[in-house]
Every structure is written in structure tokens, then in C-alpha cells.
Design a protein around this ligand. Structure first.
Ligand code: ZN
Length: 169
């Protein structure tokens, strides 16, 4: 038997559908595994041609330099969790599997989100910028769902440090 989900999917102000807490969630709780068909980057590029798409690849999750999860196929509710630059959840990759954790306590009714941090390649076109524009509306919104790899790791480490300090205070 699987544990019932701590959230449900309904319409979101951020984009399309979103995931909303239906019971109080504790910081650090593992909420769901991000699943779907495991494909190569080349296959992902073949399936989703940027030039013919108006929106970013919402249902793709990059696991490694080799593997992408395409949640359009065999995906679960995790694919509806939206991006935010100031998220209350985060994704963790553990031996090739992807899990979504709560970063802090979350109240009933709050929308769940994590930072997609799509990697910036450095040769993005204006069209890419438009497709990956962020409209999360948070105070620290960086204006894009993309982020340079170094910036992402730096930010993640700073957050870890802050959490540790908060925990030991
Ligand atoms: Zn944002």
C-alpha cells in the first residue's frame, strides 16, 4: 500500500495546474518521487523541439548528463508541481532517482513548488529567454526558470548552511 499524497492537483495562478497541500507538511518530508519514462537528452530534444513550442518543457527532469525523465509518459502527480524562485520544496537526486522534499513546514492550501533551475548553456536565444521566463512573482524572482550551474550550486550550498545554522541555534 502506498501512502496517500499530502497534496492534490488543481488550477494554479502560476501556470495551468499546480500541487496544493491537503494536510500540514513538515520540513524535510519526502513528498513524492518524480517518475516517468527515462530517455536520453538526444531523445528529449527529438521529442520536444523548442522552436515549435510556446512554453518550456514542463514535464522533463534532467537526472544526469545521460538521462532525462519525461513525465509526459508514465508520469505521476509530481509533474504538476510548479517552479518558483523562492520554493518551499526541493528536488534531490538519489542514485538516479528523483524525490521531492519539503524545505520548510507547509500549511494546508499552500501551493508546492521547487526551483527547476534549468541549466543555462550560455547560448540562449531571445526566444529561449521568452520561453523560460519566470512569472513566479516572489520577492527574489530572478526572472528566468534557467540558471547557470555554478550559481545554482552556490545558492544550494548557502541554503544548506543556513538550514544547518538554524537547526543548531
Ligand atoms: Zn521566479
Amino acid at each position: 500500500m502506498t501512502k496517500p499524497l499530502a497534496f492534490e492537483i488543481r488550477d494554479s495562478a502560476i501556470s495551468g495546474k499546480g500541487a496544493f497541500a491537503i494536510r500540514p507538511i513538515a520540513a524535510g518530508e519526502r513528498l513524492i518521487e518524480y517518475v516517468g519514462e527515462r530517455i536520453t537528452h538526444r531523445e528529449a530534444d527529438r521529442r520536444y523541439d523548442d522552436d515549435s513550442m510556446d512554453e518550456h518543457h514542463t514535464f522533463l527532469f534532467t537526472v544526469s548528463s545521460r538521462t532525462v525523465i519525461d513525465a509526459t509518459h508514465d508520469g505521476n502527480e509530481s509533474r504538476f508541481i510548479n517552479h518558483s524562485c523562492e520554493p518551499n520544496c526541493e528536488s534531490e537526486i538519489d542514485r538516479g532517482r528523483v524525490f521531492i522534499f519539503a524545505l520548510r513546514d507547509i500549511a494546508v492550501g499552500e501551493e508546492l513548488h521547487y526551483d527547476y533551475a534549468y541549466e543555462r548553456s550560455g547560448d540562449e536565444t531571445d526566444k529561449d529567454e521568452e520561453q523560460y521566463r519566470c512569472r513566479c512573482g516572489t520577492r527574489t524572482c530572478r526572472g528566468s526558470i534557467m540558471e547557470a550551474k555554478e550559481a545554482f550550486h552556490r545558492r544550494r550550498q548557502e541554503k544548506r548552511r543556513a538550514r544547518k545554522e538554524a537547526a543548531s541555534a
